[in-house]
Ligand binder design. Structure first.
Ligand SMILES: Nc1ncnc2c1ncn2[C@@H]1O[C@H](COP(=O)(O)OP(=O)(O)OP(=O)(O)O)[C@@H](O)[C@H]1O
Length: 767
């Protein structure tokens, strides 16, 4: 690899040696400055170059000196390398642009500020799962008070042999008591059934209380379950329908948007006993659908309750509660409780959320899987730990310290290594911060190395053999993609697949139409082949996707709570799981303390890795190899991505968009964590490289996206405003009062966008 030195291209003209000019007249100052101007290449008036260099004793005419040495593709490549010829030919076709800068992957990267802690010996010990069913034989569904028919249905039809700890705690509480409740337990611990089972049991019991015809679909709507995303609503509805197979006279339904309101109205008219809904859609029906009679609603469940209290939902939620209160009537059905019970449920639910007052929770009981946790917290109420939530103990987390420039290539290396052999990992989810980045990474990882892209250069007007080949590649690619997905959201993960283990790549974000989101998620969920899904936080909460072995947070979550939900897509219900988070050297390293708080043992099992290790394993075969071959291969891959972006205007814009949206999303980390994700500490030039860009950051200009420094500052403020709004939701009214008009406007726009695209899920969508 060449050093960053001076590169002088000597262009010796005909008049190689000129006599030194003599300066006469004027003061000595004038003569000296005239002489200096003639020797220096910059003309003070027009800034143009002069032929003479200052440090050129022979006055040899040379070309304009580069301000800073510009590296070229070939600097980064071993000339004898396999791909050398192909890359040089690409390089020849790549137009040189003075706005572009090719930096080396391995120079000027900041070093980590913290050294690795010594690995604890105990980490090798297998940790007991904390979210598995209680298979000790003591706790059964019947013991907890469920009816024999429901318990038998769980065992025989749904193959659920024993309850989980949170189900044990909640079923006994909610069957007996009428008080409101918070259900808080780790991700993947069966919280859905923890509230659905007592609810279904109590509604089933109403049938027995009525002597006449019994309860049926026309008897009234008794329960409403609200969830923040359509995907989650659908998932809850499937679980509910499976349960109700043992009580066929009861009917459940959904109103979640994304389909015609007319058919939803028709469903409501026919009569439902339990309704699963997104808040926005429910408000709509409460206002416009006469057939929706809520006078009998006695149970209101807020799944992912903390999310529903957040910015974007609070107004709708208040509206719903007010309407339910106003329309509630005494029921003619015996056994229907007189007051409504509200149940909040989440892995990250804080009892101290002041907003809860607004949904009128009365003497709510805190239901936890492990009562000892509650004791710990009440003893130490002011400790930081109170704000953090446990992750499943069997979940193995690793953090990778990766410098900005090395991010993309390290992700590819890690995925390559992960899927090197069939069987070790079936499914992986990669979380990023914005929709544009999802689309960019999907394109990067679905292309084959050396594939030039699908758009011809302007300078390739003549039809050549290579163009024909490109056409062929394009057609093949389109055919392959069409077979996998009619919507372009599924493609082969060519960048990290190998012939022995082909991997399917999926992309998911809230800007996709609902039917495409549903199709893509189903396809990932049902896939029998190794699969990777690149997505935004639209998939972070509540989704129960089978066989997810690995979660990668390529962009850290906007808050520690979101992080808990993201990594909770793996290690569910006692199963093993791995999670990896990318952190940049510097202030981001402090996030490790937050990762540690998620474990009862203080995070002894938290492992650390870095870009070098990931690249060696991904590109070099093993970590002990002394050969630097992996550096060449990594550089080769990175250069190939950069050229591909440069040669295809469509992809170049995609990369620029992704970069800009990523930077803007970075500014929206919650206020409490902004010291760790400080936008001012981002090296934008290095970061651009991880988007395959050679542009200097200041030159990146995407239509529709603002670019200038001033605008970035505004974005930063706006993001802070949105985050402050969120903090306000947590009761920090003093900070909230600082939110200025622009920030409020930005928050309003974000809310509108969230609602428009996703029924409200937390996602930073920039289109
Ligand atoms: N008692 C049980 N025995 C076996 N499997 C169960 C049991 N209870 C729930 N499950 C299964 O466990 C998985 C996770 O359940 P669920 O989605 O309700 O978890 P959760 O706690 O709500 O997770 P999250 O916090 O991520 O939303 C589901 O596939 C569910 O069918």
């Amino acid at each position: 690899m060449a050093d960053d030195g001076m590169l002088l291209n000597f262009a010796i003209g005909d008049n190689v040696i000129k006599p030194e000019a003599k300066f006469k007249g004027g003061t000595w100052r004038d003569r000296l400055s005239a002489k200096k101007r003639s020797q220096h290449r910059v003309n003070p008036r027009d800034g143009s170059s002069k032929p003479h260099e200052p440090k050129n004793p022979n006055q040899v005419a040379v070309g304009p000196r580069p301000v800073k040495r510009q590296k070229t593709d070939s600097d980064d490549l071993n000339v004898g390398h396999d791909h050398g010829r192909q890359q040089r030919s690409h390089q020849q076709q790549t137009p040189r642009d003075p706005r572009h800068f090719v930096s080396s992957l391995f120079t000027s990267n900041p070093a980590p500020q913290n050294s690795a802690e010594p690995r604890n010996e105990e980490t090798t010990e297998e940790t007991k799962p904390t979210n598995a069913p209680l298979i000790d034989g003591i706790d059964t569904f019947t013991n907890l008070g469920l009816s024999p028919s429901l318990a038998a249905h769980l065992l025989t039809k749904l193959e659920l042999k024993a309850p989980t700890a949170i189900q044990k705690a909640s079923i006994s509480q909610l069957l007996k008591e009428e008080s409101d409740a918070f259900i808080q337990a780790e991700t993947g611990s069966g919280k859905t059934l923890a509230y659905l089972l007592p609810l279904v049991q109590r509604i089933m019991a109403l049938s027995k209380a009525t002597k006449e015809a019994g309860v049926h679909r026309d008897s009234g709507l008794f329960a409403i379950v609200l969830a923040p995303t359509r995907e989650l609503c659908k998932q809850i509805s499937v679980v509910l329908e499976n349960l109700l197979r043992c009580a066929t006279w009861l009917v459940a339904g959904t109103v979640i948007g994304g389909e015609k309101k007319k058919s939803e109205k028709a469903r409501l008219r026919k009569g439902l006993n339990i309704l699963v809904a997104t808040p926005g859609r429910l408000v709509d029906h409460l206002d416009n659908t006469q057939a929706l009679d809520v006078s009998n609603v006695r149970w209101l469940v807020l799944d992912e309750g903390d999310r529903l209290m957040d910015l974007g939902f609070e107004e709708e939620l208040q509206g719903i509660v007010q309407k339910l209160d106003a329309r509630q009537r005494p029921s003619r059905i015996p056994g229907v409780p007189t007051r409504r019970t509200t149940i909040l449920c989440s892995a990250t639910l804080k009892m101290n959320v002041q907003r809860l007052g607004e949904i009128s929770l009365k003497d709510a009981v805190h239901i936890k899987a492990d009562p000892t946790d509650e004791d710990e917290q009440s003893r130490d109420a002011n400790k930081d730990e109170e704000d953090s939530f446990r992750v499943p103990a069997q979940l193995k987390q690793t953090y990778a310290i990766v410098a900005a420039k090395l991010r993309l290539v390290s992700l590819n290396a890690y995925l390559k290594r992960t899927f090197i052999r069939k069987g070790s990992v079936m499914k992986a989810i990669v979380f990023v911060s914005c929709a544009d980045e999802v689309d960019f990474l999907f394109e990067v990882f679905s292309r084959k190395h050396g594939e030039r892209g699908t758009i011809k250069n302007d300078n390739t007007s003549e039809d050549t053999e290579e163009d024909d080949e490109d056409e062929e590649v394009k057609k093949e690619k389109e055919k392959e993609r069409a077979e996998l997905s009619p919507h372009g959201t599924i493609a082969p993960g060519s960048a990290f697949s190998n012939s022995a283990n082909p991997v399917i790549l999926h992309r998911l974000h809230g800007s996709l139409p609902q039917h495409v989101r549903t199709f893509t998620l189903n396809s990932f969920s049902k896939s029998k082949s190794p699969s990777v899904m690149i997505c935004t936080d639209v998939a972070s909460r509540g989704l129960d996707l089978p066989n997810v072995d690995l979660v990668i947070e390529y962009d850290p979550a906007f808050s520690a709570d979101d992080h808990t939900h993201r990594i909770g897509r793996t290690a569910r219900l006692g199963r093993d799981g791995r999670a990896l988070i990318f952190l940049q050297p510097g202030c981001e390293e402090n996030y490790v303390e937050i990762l540690k708080r998620g474990y009862r043992d203080g995070g002894k099992s938290l492992a650390r890795t870095d870009a070098t290790e990931m690249l060696k394993r991904g590109f070099g075969g093993n970590t002990d190899s002394a050969s630097k071959n992996w550096e060449e291969k990594a550089t080769d891959w990175q250069m190939d991505v950069e050229r591909w972006a440069l040669e295809n205007p469509e992809y170049l814009e995609m990369a620029r968009r992704a970069f800009q949206s990523h930077v803007r999303a970075y500014a929206t980390h919650i206020a409490a964590e902004r010291s760790m994700f400080n936008i001012k500490e981002l090296h934008l030039g290095h970061l651009a490289k991880s988007f395959g860009l050679r542009d200097r950051p200041g030159k990146i200009n995407v239509p529709g996206l603002r670019t200038s420094k001033e605008e970035t500052k505004k974005d930063f403020k706006a993001g802070r405003g949105a985050a402050l709004g969120k903090r306000k939701a947590d009761g920090d009214s003093a900070a909230a009062s600082n939110v200025d008009e622009a920030a409020r406007e930005n928050a309003r726009k974000m809310r509108a966008k969230m609602k428009e695209h996703m029924g409200g899920a937390s996602e930073f969508n920039l289109a």
